[in-house]
Design a protein around this ligand. Structure first.
Ligand SMILES: Cc1cc2nc3c(=O)[nH]c(=O)nc-3n(C[C@H](O)[C@H](O)[C@H](O)COP(=O)(O)OP(=O)(O)OC[C@H]3O[C@@H](n4cnc5c(N)ncnc54)[C@H](O)[C@@H]3O)c2cc1C
Length: 416
């Protein structure tokens, strides 16, 4: 069924009896050309582009839980492309272009909203760094614009401009950045892939790989063996655990990242704001809740839940930036397992095992990467060649010393 305004009106007039399930619930077949492990944003996007752009006819997505149960349904929904290094600039630039046309491509309302992302600075050093970033982005064809205090005051009058420790001295706005509704992105990709014949199998955990003579010929699952000529793994926070079953030790650590949302408030924040003096960022959802987050837990964990210490430090940053937040009631908090790579950049590559491919290391920022990651992983799986916009994201770059370290902080995941 194609979704349209006409369809919505027709269903409204006929008691909504015409809507069908958005995707099928098929039984797994014995054999596929391509197996995608992980029904998160990246796995589903990969399946969509495999079927729509690369015309692959035999594709399955295996998800251990329900689709969207992982980080794609837990993030704070920011979409942006404000990077300095060439590899990231072209990859995230491609992603932002795909976001801009996503709803037409998927025939699904993913609520992509380019409401702008404002990064604040609080001293001359911060201003110079932002100016350099803005210029680099503009030279690469992106958008970046410096704002002075008066311009920011008009947009965000509620911020504490005269904080004695961290007064706001200006900022940098990335107007094409913004938010997208994360669940809708999951459902939109799933529906589009399903319509082209991709089997999406939920409650099917991959427990191992069947490797014969150096070639991966399929996966062991909780629903039996499923054969595949090629297997692409996109399991985000579970990357190290799962790839260890194929004998790979990845340059990835797993940490919990938390997010928080308040009760619904009247419109207060027109876009996204990031604090320059601490790790804190905030936006307002379409339902009115303030959605915010900050640092990840510094230690390794697969807990998928939060803790009070991080809540405390995130709120310290939030209240010093937006004091009126103290009057709002916190509604919910949650955590997701982040696949933190050692240089803060992702990996989309073949492994040394024939037929086994890997996509991961997305750190805090894999939601905005979803469309480009899906397209580039699909390209690799279908053609066996890296996509030109992801050619730098190789697994062996850590051995070669060619790291892509945007923040220049080295192998310290909690600083990326
Ligand atoms: C609190 C929080 C805030 C964030 N904010 C942002 C943000 O604002 N902007 C941004 O760009 N990014 C953000 N991120 C990061 C982003 O959400 C992730 O980088 C991205 O979603 C990861 O890719 P994914 O969607 O494929 O992961 P997931 O949705 O986690 O998908 C992986 C899937 O693999 C499945 N799986 C795992 N093991 C197996 C197995 N053995 N067999 C089968 N299936 C398996 C999991 O169940 C899961 O569904 C945030 C993350 C969190 C937690």
């Amino acid at each position: 069924m194609k979704y349209s305004g006409f369809r919505v009106i027709r269903e409204a007039l006929t008691g909504h009896r015409g809507w069908g399930p958005a995707w099928r619930d098929p039984e797994p077949k014995d054999q596929y050309d391509i197996i995608v492990v992980g029904g998160g944003g990246h796995g589903l996007a990969t399946a969509h582009y495999l079927s729509s752009v690369y015309r692959e006819l035999s594709v399955v997505v295996l998800e251990k839980s329900w689709i969207g149960s992982g980080n794609v349904g837990r993030n704070t929904t920011l979409v942006r492309s404000n990077y300095m290094l060439a590899e990231n600039t072209k990859f995230y630039g491609m992603s932002l272009k795909l976001w801009e046309n996503l709803e037409q491509d998927l025939n699904y309302n993913a609520m992509v909203s380019q409401r702008g992302i404002l990064a604040l600075h609080h001293d001359d050093g911060g201003r110079d760094a932002q100016l350099r970033l803005a210029n680099t982005m503009r030279m690469a064809g992106g958008d970046g614009e410096m704002l002075d205090v008066d311009q920011i005051r008009k947009l965000y009058p509620g911020l504490d401009f005269n904080n004695p420790l961290f007064p706001i001295t200006g900022g940098f706005i990335h107007r094409r950045g913004g938010t997208a509704r994360h669940d809708a992105v999951t459902w939109g990709y799933a529906r589009a892939a399903d319509r082209r014949g991709v089997d999406i199998i939920q409650n099917c955990e991959v427990t191992g790989f069947r490797i014969e003579n150096g070639k991966c010929i399929g996966v062991e699952t909780t629903r039996g063996f499923i054969g595949g000529k090629k297997t692409g793994v996109a399991v985000a926070g579970r990357s190290s655990q799962l790839m260890a079953k194929a004998g790979l030790r990845l340059p990835i650590e797993s940490h919990v990242l938390q997010a928080f949302v308040t009760e619904g408030l009247k419109p207060l924040l027109p876009g996204v704001v990031t604090y320059g003096a601490g790790h804190f960022y905030i936006s307002q959802s379409d339902k009115g809740g303030l959605v915010f987050g900050g640092d990840l837990d510094a230690y390794n964990s697969y807990a998928q839940r939060g803790n009070i210490a991080v809540l405390d430090s995130v709120l310290e940053g939030g209240l010093s930036l937006l004091p009126i937040m103290s009057r709002a009631r916190l509604l919910r908090s949650w955590g997701g397992i982040m696949d933190m790579s050692m240089d803060g950049s992702p990996i989309i590559d073949k492994t040394h095992i024939d037929g086994l491919y890997f996509n991961g290391g997305w750190c805090y920022g894999g939601f905005k990467a979803t469309p480009a990651s899906g397209m580039c992983f699909a390209h690799l799986l279908s053609t066996d060649q890296p996509h030109e916009n992801a050619a730098g994201f190789r697994l062996d770059r850590f051995r070669r010393g060619y790291v892509i370290d945007e923040n220049g902080v080295g192998p310290t995941p909690n600083l990326h």
